[in-house]
Design a binder for this molecule. Structure first.
Ligand code: E4P
Length: 218
């Protein structure tokens, strides 16, 4: 499974990138706005730090303006992935950009039917939102499983299922078990994925025994 980091925090991106734990980045309008950073500068900085796909989202709702935004964002670096909303105009932009060789992430996916349309429009990734489905009483991981199983019926579908809106470690594990190709994980959750009380306990015990041994490796 590939992990993307769902953030515009450059320090977190550097840390996880240097640890070899992430394969790409996703941002959205809210993430960029919250960071207080300029979108073009931020996407450009990230593209120098991470080789994999970097999702940058268009903000317009109409096709013509989306294309202008998408072309500006795509010109930053070849690994920029244009994120479009799963609307008729968004998928028209998806088709146009993917036909021109740019990766596209169809975002705000909440149903199998939307995922099928994204695949038809040539999306590189489709992003079903686990957390927001659950916020509305649905089964987020179930949606991932349904999309993965549906796509498996059609070997000509090459769109990757990118599990998004991840709010806890169980969402990551659930998405992996359901067969998602990628999970985009907020830094806080990726840090939590390391944690296990027996790991901490084991480190303490090894450390105490090592002190008693009076040895040093260096
Ligand atoms: C990523 O591509 C999505 O924009 C993000 O995961 C949304 O997460 P949220 O529902 O927690 O805002």
């Amino acid at each position: 499974m590939r992990f993307f980091l769902d953030t515009a925090d450059l320090n977190e991106i550097r840390f996880f990138s240097e640890a070899g734990l992430i394969d790409g980045i996703t941002t959205n309008a809210s993430i960029i706005a919250k960071s207080g950073q300029d979108i073009i500068d931020t996407i450009s900085d990230i593209s120098k730090m991470v080789n994999g796909p970097i999702s940058a989202e268009v903000t317009a709702s109409d096709f013509q303006t989306q294309i202008r935004e998408a072309e500006k964002l795509a010109s930053i670096s070849p690994n920029i992935t244009i994120k479009v909303p799963l609307t008729p105009d968004g998928l028209r932009t998806c088709k146009h950009m993917s036909d021109n060789g740019t990766m596209v992430n169809a975002t705000l996916c909440f149903s199998v039917s939307q995922a099928l349309l994204a695949a038809k429009a040539g999306a590189t990734f489709v992003s079903p939102f686990i957390g927001r489905v659950e916020d509305n009483g649905g089964n987020g991981v179930g949606l991932i499983r349904d999309i993965v199983e549906t796509f498996r019926n059609y070997p000509d579908i090459h769109t990757s299922v990118l599990a998004s809106s991840i709010r806890c470690v169980d969402h990551v594990v659930g998405a992996a078990k359901a067969g998602a190709d990628v999970a985009t994980v907020p830094p806080k959750i990726l840090h939590e994925m390391f944690k296990h009380p027996l790991t901490d306990q084991g480190i303490k015990l090894f450390s105490l025994d090592w002190e008693k041994s009076k040895q040093s490796i260096l």
